[in-house]
Design a protein. Structure first.
Length: 42
């Protein structure tokens, strides 16, 4: 089965930014995401 989600690290690598930047966008509510337990998935 192929995985259909990506992690914060993978998103950061894709956009060429730090993971902290992605977490900042999540906390602002300006980046679509889902919490799965303590993990964030996209």
């Amino acid at each position: 089965m192929e995985r259909c989600t990506i992690t914060v690290k993978e998103v950061a690598e894709y956009f060429g930014v730090y993971t902290d930047t992605i977490y900042d966008l999540i906390n602002e509510g300006s980046f679509p995401h889902l919490w799965f337990g303590q993990k964030v998935i996209f």
